[in-house]
Structures are given as structure tokens and as C-alpha cells.
Design a protein. Structure first.
Length: 218
């Protein structure tokens, strides 16, 4: 049974290749050679970097709950970590300036997602900063998030849910070794930016894609 963190960490851990199985370490090495570290654990002082990514237009479009309920401020993040058995958070950090260029997490799959992913025990999510666009980091970082979660917290049989219209994300997950399990016609909420700082919610018809990483079984 995986054991994920359920509160903020006092310190963090920079992943090293020996933390991972040999078959996964090459992906971390690739990130390291490109100038990035993957940092496991979330401190209170790390939350503003996550909130910045949550406030991006692309995140508000496809993952509005990041800003509204998960990572928008310290209280949200604390509640997210304490919810449903915890969440293992990993950040993609620039070795040059320490900036967070992305983050992801794994946790226990909920009943709704497991209905469509009956073979999965855990769920995965990825978010990238706009500054990382064009750097081809998503695929490699996705692999390291899942592999790191397997090594550090015992995650296995990891799946994900995404929207079909978010084609860059779909391509990223397929390139990282995910396979499509099933689809569902659905309606997704999205936060649109109005005049000034006003935000309002809208809904759009879309297709929910349910995928799994077969390589995460062992």
C-alpha cells in the first residue's frame, strides 16, 4: 500500500539516479544533463511557485480546480496534501536559478476515476510552467514523476485522466508510455479571465480520456 505525504515537508530531496530503477534512471539523467533537478517533497515556501502555474491560462482552461481548490494558496495545498491518503509532489527545478518549471503528483485513485481505470491503484498529474514550452520536458518529467513516486512512496499501477482537446498533454502522456484505456463524453469546467482580475466559470463539451502507464505495474 503506497504511503504518500499528507502534510508539508520540512526539507526536500533532490532525486538522484540511484533512487530509481536502472530502467528509469536514464530519464532523470537526461533532465540533469539539460540543467534540471527533480525535487521530491513540498514545503510551505514552495506553494507560491505552484500557485503561479495554477494561475496560468492553460491551467485555468483545463485544470481550474488547481487554482480554486488544490494549489492556489497555502491553505489549499495543505488541505490537498491531507486529503484521501496524501499526495506525493515532485517539482522540476532549474539548476541555474532554482525556479520551478513544472510539478506533478501522484496519489490514491478516487472511486470515479477507478470506475474507468479498474486496473489502477494510483493517479498521476502533471503541470508545466509556460516558460518550459518548447523545451521538450513534459515526456521525460512525466516518466520521472511516476518512477520517483514508485521508488519513494510505493506507487504502482498508475493511471491518469485528461481532456481530448488538450492535445499537447495527450501527446506527452503517450510519449511517456501511457496507453489509452477508455473514453467518456463529458463537460469540463474552465475558468476564463474577464475584465481586470475578474474570473468567471464556463463549461465546454469535451471527451475525457482515461490512460494508464503499463510499465508502472512493477
Amino acid at each position: 500500500m503506497p504511503t504518500f505525504p499528507n502534510t508539508f515537508d520540512e526539507s526536500t530531496h533532490i532525486l538522484v539516479p540511484t533512487d530509481l530503477k536502472a530502467s528509469h534512471a536514464e530519464h532523470l539523467i537526461k533532465l540533469n544533463m539539460a540543467g534540471y533537478d527533480v525535487v521530491a517533497g513540498l514545503r510551505r515556501e514552495d506553494v507560491p511557485a505552484l500557485a503561479e502555474i495554477a494561475a496560468q491560462e492553460g491551467t485555468r482552461e483545463y485544470c481550474p480546480n488547481d487554482l480554486k481548490r488544490r494549489w492556489g494558496d497555502e491553505a489549499m495545498a495543505e488541505a490537498k496534501l491531507a486529503k484521501a491518503g496524501g499526495s506525493g509532489v515532485l517539482r522540476l527545478v532549474s539548476q541555474k536559478n532554482g525556479n520551478t518549471l513544472g510539478f506533478g503528483w501522484t496519489g490514491h485513485i478516487d472511486d470515479e476515476d477507478q470506475e474507468h481505470l479498474p486496473m489502477c491503484e494510483n493517479i498521476f498529474a502533471l503541470r508545466l510552467h509556460e516558460a518550459s514550452r518548447g523545451k521538450r520536458l513534459g515526456t521525460t518529467f512525466s516518466r520521472v514523476i511516476v518512477a520517483g513516486s514508485m521508488a519513494l512512496w510505493g506507487a504502482r499501477n498508475v493511471g491518469l485522466a485528461t481532456w481530448a482537446s488538450n492535445t499537447p498533454a495527450v501527446r506527452t502522456y503517450l510519449s511517456a508510455g501511457a496507453e489509452l484505456v477508455t473514453t467518456k463524453d463529458d463537460v469540463r469546467p474552465t475558468i476564463l479571465r474577464g475584465p481586470g482580475k475578474f474570473q468567471y466559470e464556463n463549461h465546454r463539451n469535451d471527451v475525457r480520456l482515461y490512460m494508464q502507464f503499463p510499465w508502472s505495474a512493477k
